[in-house]
Design a protein around this ligand. Structure first.
Ligand SMILES: Nc1nc2c(c(=O)[nH]1)N[C@H]1C(S)=C(S)[C@@H](COP(=O)(O)OP(=O)(O)OC[C@H]3O[C@@H](n4cnc5c(N)ncnc54)[C@H](O)[C@@H]3O)O[C@H]1N2
Ligand code: MOO
Length: 410
């Protein structure tokens, strides 16, 4: 009797648990090209507050609000200039009875409690400015309105205090989180090591040569490798002919180098099922899941490394990855599980008795149109907008029925 979809899912999930739990961590720079999408392996506290110091939000004049409280058009307040503070300068002191020109991002001078934008003064533009150490400042600025305390001042730690968590362990490092880490003075981040996966495709038909000679391109290697890399895995590929003995030895040698092996093809009912022939004597288990496509399935362990054996038809191989492996990969990458959306069927659909069928589908004019079920139709797989699941026990669905669809290829 065929194994159920849920039964096989549970077996594969259990097989993957130790491999995933054993993944260590590595340290990457916040500048590393490889950091986006990685997952924090530890709590990440801020080393600096954000903002790092109290600074100006505007190009203008740092002042004492009390000295401007009586300013109006009728009674302008004219104050002499102190030294100028630019972004990157050390903090200067604002002498009573003066204002200091400040630029956006400059440390607020000691003694100042407000900033007046340069265009809000009646002069409108900066005159001759002098930085600390460059001689004595001259000139003045004219104010025609009060400026309340704190105005255009960005206080230290307003966004995050030093020591507070920028990210929890297990957080996915998005571009914005990487920006916040860098702003908080974090230079290096401990992240989960990537899952190293070997994708091994099998079959003499993949060994190069023309279609006239019965040869085809290996589409499963690049497709599965791309899908795995999309989930953050580090992937190597190996393409082998139909030689069970060589395959068994090659997989044994590779098992120590990687965290997971995927084999593709060579597991169904043919005369040259090299994956089954190589792995069954090594304790592998092969059975038929009540699933279409993706019926033939297998798994094994080599040297403690899990081996998942997917069927060779390209749609079957990709959907096997999606059904059996992707949930664990999403968990590792801290990605959410996809959420289905309800759609009305554009036309009647039939599904084989006793099988959970997964159909590719197009979303057109607010309805879902289910495509041909063939597991060799790799271009249909590529142009599909969504997957539709038709569970065991449902053999026919009428046009107009509302069903769940899972978006794909987005
Ligand atoms: N008598 C039976 N025959 C088949 C059964 C069955 O139950 N009884 N199941 C069918 C189903 S369903 C599937 S799926 C396939 C699975 O077969 P294998 O996993 O043994 O895969 P292969 O025979 O090696 O290949 C199947 C198909 O896919 C093509 N292929 C394989 N690898 C690649 C690749 N890397 N890139 C592109 N295409 C690939 C291969 O040429 C075959 O056409 O078995 C059915 N048969
Ligand atoms: O399971 Mo096969 O994948 O139906 O073609």
């Amino acid at each position: 009797m065929a194994c159920t979809l849920d039964g096989h899912r549970a077996e594969i999930a259990a097989l993957l648990v130790p491999a995933i739990a054993a993944l260590g961590s590595e340290t990457l720079s916040v500048e590393a090209a490889d950091l986006p999408g990685r997952v924090a392996a530890a709590q990440l506290p801020a080393l600096l507050p954000i903002p790092a110091f109290t600074n100006s939000q505007m190009d203008g004049y740092a002042a004492r609000s009390a000295e401007l409280s009586g300013a109006s058009n009728e009674h302008p307040v004219v104050l002499p200039l102190g030294f100028t503070a630019a972004a990157g300068d050390r903090q200067i002191e604002l002498l009573p009875g003066t204002v200091s020109p400040v630029m956006t991002g400059a440390v607020i001078p000691a003694g100042a409690d407000t900033v007046v934008p340069v265009e809000a003064t009646s002069d409108g533009v900066f005159g001759q400015l002098v930085r600390a150490g460059e001689g004595g400042p001259t000139g003045s600025a004219t104010f025609t309105a009060p400026s309340e305390p704190g105005r255009f001042i960005r206080p230290v730690g307003q966004d995050l205090q030093a020591g507070a968590l920028v990210a929890e362990a297990g957080a996915r490092l998005t571009p914005t989180l990487i920006g916040a880490l860098a702003a908080s003075g974090v230079r290096e981040v401990a992240v989960r090591r990537k899952l190293r996966v070997l994708v091994c495709t099998t079959g003499n038909e993949l060994m190069g040569g023309t279609a006239q000679a019965g040869r085809i391109p290996d589409s499963n290697s690049p497709m599965l490798a791309a899908a795995l890399r999309g989930y953050g895995a580090q992937v190597d590929t190996l393409r082998l002919p139909d030689d069970a003995q060589a395959l068994g030895l090659a997989l044994e040698a590779q098992a120590r180098q990687v965290d997971l092996i995927l084999t593709v093809g060579g597991i169904s009912a043919g005369a040259y099922e090299v994956v089954r022939e190589a792995l069954a004597p090594r304790g592998g288990s092969f059975h038929h899941v009540a699933l279409q496509p993706g019926g033939p399935q297998g798994f094994a362990q080599l040297d403690g490394t899990p081996v998942l054996c997917f069927p060779g038809n390209p749609v079957s191989a990709l959907l096997s990855l999606e059904l059996f492996l992707a949930p664990a990969l999403r968990q590792l990458a801290a990605l959410p599980e996809p959420v289905p959306e309800p759609y009305e069927l554009a036309a009647e659909v039939h599904s084989p008795a006793g099988k959970h069928q997964v159909r590719r589908a197009l979303l057109e004019q607010g309805k879902v149109r289910v495509l041909d079920p063939g597991s060799h139709l790799v271009h249909d797989l590529a142009r599909a907008d969504a997957l539709v699941h038709i569970p065991v026990g449902v053999e026919q669905l009428a046009a107009g029925t509302t069903i769940d669809v899972w978006r794909m290829n987005v």
